[in-house]
Write a protein that binds this ligand. Structure first.
Ligand code: FES
Length: 329
């Protein structure tokens, strides 16, 4: 079996036919990831030496990135011993991914096409996670969909989700027509590595579109609970929607030097706030991007264009963290 060495010296064995991401996890080593299907680009890394082979389509890599030796660890195994420019995420290594039964506690409408679902898990099976992570809900006939957790850890262990209606979406038909309190579901989680990082940067910027605000809400709750994380820093929250109906939540930010900036792409004449795309609004505000860490969550299009636009405008590549919503019906 080939071995994979990380740039901080740790290593793991890569099994043929299993992604490097999963082989690492089997040995308690967590690498950056989100979708696990080659589409979001979060697990992108550079091969420094050795040969790897893709057994799934690396959809989110551009031809320039391929030519530069970048790969997706969720799509490849090692063929020879390799070294990659990645390191493990220590704090996430101790978090156990569980499959648990859960029940709908409450279900409330947040907007015309968004519901908040609060889940409860059995009292002895609390889920431990980092704000920003997501979980999979396994519903009727084994149908599985991913949702970000919208709250920091609560003392009652309940989990909040924000769910947008997807036209003709099979799971949407359940959430928006049949779901009711006490329904029994299963969840698997926590998943993904989207979470706050310790960085020296003076500015913390959140970029969200639609229900991408859910993990941002969870991370803001974590910041509010831990004032030392924002001491001497400025926090900016850019939230993009089409119309005012999409801005269904108003963050409470007392105790933080924080600014909330809703941005509408199809505003009506009465709207006097910001318009356009969230990443363009951020660039227009001329915040020193060299001193900024960005956490972005929302559509694949927003994530890809935000990464390009912001890194071109001075944001260090390693200060861009993202979780793209990869669509499924
Ligand atoms: S592309 Fe690998 S985790 Fe999304």
């Amino acid at each position: 079996m080939a071995s994979v060495k990380l740039h901080n010296g740790k290593s793991f064995s890569s099994e043929t036919g299993t992604s490097m991401l999963d082989s690492a996890r089997a040995e308690g080593i967590i690498l950056e990831y989100s979708c696990r299907t080659g589409r979001c680009g979060v697990c992108k890394t550079k091969v420094l030496s050795g040969e790897t082979e893709a057994f799934k389509g690396e959809t989110s890599l551009t031809s320039d990135e391929r030519a530069a030796g970048l790969i997706l660890t969720c799509c490849r195994h090692a063929v020879t011993d390799v070294e990659i420019d990645a390191e493990d995420l220590g704090a996430l290594g101790n978090i156990v991914v569980k499959t648990l039964p859960c029940r709908i506690d409450t279900i409330n409408k947040l907007a015309d096409n968004v519901v908040e679902v609060i889940l409860r898990v059995p009292p002895n099976s609390k889920l431990t996670y980092l704000p920003g992570q997501y979980l999979d809900i396994i519903g009727e006939a084994g149908l599985r969909r991913s949702y970000s957790i919208a709250n920091a850890q609560r003392s009652d262990g309940k989990l909040e989700l924000q769910i947008r209606e997807v036209e003709l979406g099979m799971m949407s038909q359940y959430w928006f027509a049949r779901a009711k309190a006490n329904d029994l579901l299963r969840l698997e989680g926590p998943l993904g590595t989207f979470s706050l990082r310790e960085k020296d940067a003076r500015n913390i910027v959140f970029l969200a579109t639609g229900t991408g605000i859910a993990p941002v809400k969870a991370m803001l709750e974590q910041l509010l609970d831990n004032p030392s994380l924002t001491a001497g820093k400025k926090v900016f929250i850019y939230w993009g929607g089409r119309t005012l109906n999409d801005i269904y939540w108003n963050p409470q930010l007392q105790g933080m030097d924080a600014t909330f900036i809703p941005v509408l792409s199809r505003a009506d004449a009465q709207w006097t706030g910001r318009t356009g795309y969230v990443q363009s609004a951020l660039i227009k505000d001329a915040i020193d991007l060299t001193q900024t860490v960005v956490y972005a969550c929302g559509s694949e299009d927003m994530i890809h264009s935000a990464r390009d636009a912001l890194t071109t405008s001075g944001l260090p590549v390693k200060n861009f963290y993202s979780d793209a919503f990869v669509s499924s019906n």
